[in-house]
Design a protein around this ligand. Structure first.
Ligand code: AMP
Length: 420
């Protein structure tokens, strides 16, 4: 062996030390709470999938260039899931006779894509997938997009800081037909190009489009009756969302989303700040995916958001997600003899607070420095005097302010001192 092993993680993936994992857990907890309150249930699957799952209706680019695919010891081709929707479709198809439709399901877990690591893009990231399965377009699409909006607000975002841009694959398909672009390959190539349009200059896009007819023009003109009808469907959806109080939605004929399985509405949530150009959420309707596993098709609509882009968004706009696991109160113990009493007192507080009790023999001054280093905002010394008293004194480390608090109501009283 050449020297000691590297402590850095593998390229494009992250370690989560408790402080960061606490933040991410807070994000997940907020998502879980919000989704459960809308009647969505959590499911889970292994990140190991058969490679073939992605090969018929996924996304060419992801499959060709971005999957982690390998052979297991028995020669089976295995892929680390790059996205959740195919696993979801597999699970739904596998129990289609037993499940009570419509399903409102969500899942939070890691996804793997062999991408060039950059801002907003990593090789392992966490996605929350939210899906409503078993209902056609209409109220189901409205609910799913409303839920994306609701989640953003639950994370503390103000609607002025993000936009929801909506388009329709059905509209794009009709527009392609209207301009004579009908072969599958040509349509797919055009969509891939359109998907990248926002990252290109107008000239680059026109050059890459070459002689391909322009479906965007057909969307704009809407002279073709089928194009017109689909365009009206998208506008009706946007109108409904607006009348229900969602103002930051708009039509964007250039939204495609990468996956081949989308059949109806497609949408993205974007940061209004140019610092974060990548989509925060992406989703759409995929009415044909479940029938890949046989049987009748089951209509479905859903979206996913990733932790990387969302955390960048929250940081850019200075939204603080509270950690759900970092201690809130540090109990200093002047002597090891005080630990038993300190733990007993801590237990009376623990239903309302996350309490850290010092077990070391450090001097009280050093324990306070320790609390500061751990970013614990409140400190209480629990020596002999406090053990015999009906009150304790709690210090806010950020300001040095001390508060005398009755032991009887200490849990609730100390909780009120926490920074908001
Ligand atoms: P997609 O599954 O490609 O439709 O993307 C949905 C969301 O997942 C995006 O809006 C991002 O938030 C996130 N996402 C996709 N790919 C990555 C990646 N390589 N790294 C981090 N987040 C990603």
């Amino acid at each position: 062996m050449k020297g000691p092993l590297d402590t850095e993680p593998y390229k494009g993936v992250r370690d989560f030390y408790p402080e960061n994992w606490g933040k991410l857990s807070a994000l997940f907890a907020t998502a879980r709470h919000t989704l459960a309150s809308w009647g969505y249930e959590e499911y889970q699957a292994s990140p190991l999938e058969r490679a073939e799952l992605y090969e018929s209706k996924g996304n060419e680019e992801i499959i060709r260039e971005q999957t982690y695919t390998f052979e297991d010891r028995a020669g089976r081709r295995v892929t680390l899931r790059p996205e959740m929707t195919p696993s979801l479709a597999r699970m739904v198809a596998g129990k289609r006779r037993e499940l009570a439709f419509p399903l409102r399901w969500f899942s939070i877990g890691n996804r793997f894509r062999y991408e060039r690591p950059q801002r907003g893009r990593l090789r392992e990231f966490f996605q929350t997938d939210v899906d409503l399965i078993g209902l056609p377009a209409g109220e189901a699409d409205v609910e799913i997009i409303t839920l994306a909006h609701t989640l953003m607000q639950a994370f503390g975002a103000s609607p002025k800081d993000f936009t929801i841009r909506i388009n329709s694959r059905a509209l794009l398909s009709r527009a392609c037909e209207a301009v004579g672009l009908t072969d599958d390959e040509g349509v797919r190539a055009y969509w891939q190009l359109l998907d990248k349009k926002s990252k290109m200059s107008a000239e680059e896009f026109e050059q890459a489009r070459g002689n391909t007819p322009d479906p965007l023009k057909a969307v704009e003109d809407a002279t073709d009756s089928k194009v017109k009808a689909e365009k009206e469907n998208v506008f009706a959806l946007i109108e409904t969302l607006k009348t229900r109080g969602i103002e930051n939605v708009s039509f964007d004929p250039e939204i495609v989303r990468g996956f081949d399985y989308y059949t109806g509405v497609v949408f993205e949530v974007n940061d209004t700040s140019p610092e974060n150009p990548r989509a925060l959420f992406g989703g759409g309707r995929y009415d044909g995916l479940v029938s890949m596993f046989g049987g009748e098709s089951i209509p479905a609509v859903g979206f996913a958001f990733g932790d990387v882009t969302l955390m960048d968004f929250l940081e850019t706009h200075k939204y603080e997600l509270p950690s759900l696991s970092s201690p809130e109160l540090y109990i200093a113990t002047p002597s090891v003899d005080d630990i038993e009493q300190a733990q007993a007192f801590a237990n009376t507080l623990r239903p309302s607070l996350r309490v850290f009790v010092n077990l070391s023999e450090k001097k009280v001054g050093d324990q306070i420095k320790d609390a500061d280093k751990r970013h614990i905002p409140l400190v209480l010394v629990y020596g002999k005097d406090e053990q015999g008293s009906a009150t304790v004194s709690v210090k806010e480390l950020s300001t040095g302010t001390e508060h005398t608090i009755s032991k009887e109501t200490a849990g609730a009283e100390i909780a009120k001192l926490l920074p908001r």
